[in-house]
Design a protein around this ligand. Structure first.
Ligand SMILES: Nc1nc2c(ncn2[C@@H]2O[C@H](COP(=O)(O)OP(=O)(O)O)[C@@H](O)[C@H]2O)c(=O)[nH]1
Ligand SMILES: [Mg+2]
Length: 390
């Protein structure tokens, strides 16, 4: 359950039929006199004679043995029947040794998601939205994202779905469909709180994209020179804005001339275009001393923000534009706010009803285009009780 790597402690979760029997074979509590004696003598117990009782709610301090050999001193939490957390020392070698020992007892290593799902089922039964929420919250990129998801399990999506089911006879078909449409629209913005938001810095060469990238991520990660075409491969850095977690990408300047040049430039142009196509927002950086805005490679459907850079050079700036100086930092705060405004997250009410998994979105899309109430009933039942998919 803890990340790979060294730390003070690590946590291994052991779950499923037979979990208790396995622990009885490898664990001895330290407060049991006979066990303490065994431990002191380093004898272990070879799977014999362990009297440990694992009561749900107990927290047990003791040792794990592999036959006669002490593996680690651990604290075991008995979370539910056949469901334990083994808290061991954080050295990855110790974790590895415990996992190897468990494997000898026919334990299978599960994906973290699988365990979360299992925990979710233990806790929430067949309330699929609540299980999905538990998993989603643990992976949300921001605290707002976690709150948005949490809201769907008490009110929000759960309440809307139940209300539709209960009032299906009196509700108009079109009203339900419209409601589903609204939820889907709000979900697009909610999604920006839940995952990292991809923001691509693009524009012609030499306008200060890499300088802006460095300014935003607070260090000199990208190479800045006054030679056009310095940035070839893209770099990215995560930056926490007011309400979202942004991942900024510095790209090669978009230059029609370069696409046809040598293969490295052609490739770097191709990568820049690909990143732009998958962006949530494009910051299009223009040199305000030379503000010819040719938005090469930017389709209409992309969200974009034109940024006039190098305003420290004191020329007449284009009015209405967002003027900044990547070099001095002027206007960067305004840019950050403008980014969140453009994405629609700045004033988004985190108590809105939204979907937060592809499964939920898929079902609501079908609700929005359903032609009978019977079909809607089936879909909502599926939303509430289907099988977990995150
Ligand atoms: N005066 C001034 N120069 C800047 C500013 N931003 C970038 N530059 C300069 O413009 C040149 C190109 O910058 P760079 O970040 O490499 O541009 P890129 O090709 O768009 O990545 C470098 O000489 C930078 O020092 C700015 O805000 N003001
Ligand atoms: Mg650059």
């Amino acid at each position: 359950m803890t990340a790979r790597g060294a730390g003070a402690i690590s946590s291994i979760q052991l779950a499923g039929a037979g979990a208790e029997d396995i622990l009885k074979k490898i664990f001895i509590r330290l407060c049991q006199p006979s066990a303490a004696l065994h431990a002191m003598e380093g004898r272990g117990f070879g799977g014999q004679g362990a009297k440990t009782n694992f009561k749900v709610g107990d927290i047990l301090h003791g040792n794990i043995f592999d036959g006669g050999a002490l593996v680690d001193e651990v604290v075991i939490g008995c979370e539910a029947k056949d469901f334990f957390s083994i808290n061991c020392h954080g050295n990855p070698i110790i974790v590895e040794n415990i996992l190897e020992l468990l494997k000898k007892h026919d334990v299978r290593i599960a994906e973290a998601r699988e365990i979360l799902e299992y925990m979710g089922e233990q806790k929430h039964g067949d309330n699929v939205i609540a299980i999905e929420a538990q998993i989603g919250q643990s992976q949300a990129a921001t605290i707002y994202g976690a709150k948005i998801i949490g809201h769907q399990t008490k009110m929000g999506l759960l309440q809307a779905a139940n209300w539709w089911l209960e009032n299906l006879d009196t509700l108009e078909l079109d009203d339900i469909k419209e409601g589903a449409e609204q939820i889907l629209n709000d979900s697009k913005i909610a999604d920006l709180f839940i995952r990292d938001v991809k923001i691509v810095i693009a524009g012609p060469p030499n306008t200060g994209k890499s300088t802006l990238f460095n300014r935003l991520c607070g260090r000199d990660k990208a190479i800045v020179t006054d030679i056009a075409g310095t940035t070839r491969d893209w770099l990215s850095a995560k930056v926490r804005l007011k309400r979202i977690m942004a991942e900024f990408f510095d790209t090669a300047g978009l230059d029609q001339m370069l696409s046809g040049q040598n293969s490295i430039d052609a490739e770097s142009q191709g990568r820049a275009v690909e990143l732009i196509e998958n962006a949530d927002l494009v910051l299009y950086v223009v040199d305000c001393t030379n503000p010819a805005i040719v938005m090469a490679g930017l389709t209409e459907s992309l969200k974009k923000l034109v940024v006039f850079n190098k305003c420290d050079l004191g020329k007449d700036f284009p009015t209405g534009g967002l003027c900044i100086s990547a070099k001095t930092g002027e206007g960067i705060d305004r840019l950050m706010t403008a980014i969140e405004k453009t994405l629609g997250v700045l004033y988004f009410d985190i108590k809105k009803t939204v979907c937060f998994t592809d499964r939920q979105k898929g079902i609501l899309k079908q609700v929005a285009s359903a032609s009978t109430k019977q079909r809607i009933k089936e879909l909502i039942q599926e939303l509430l009780k289907g099988s977990v998919a995150v």
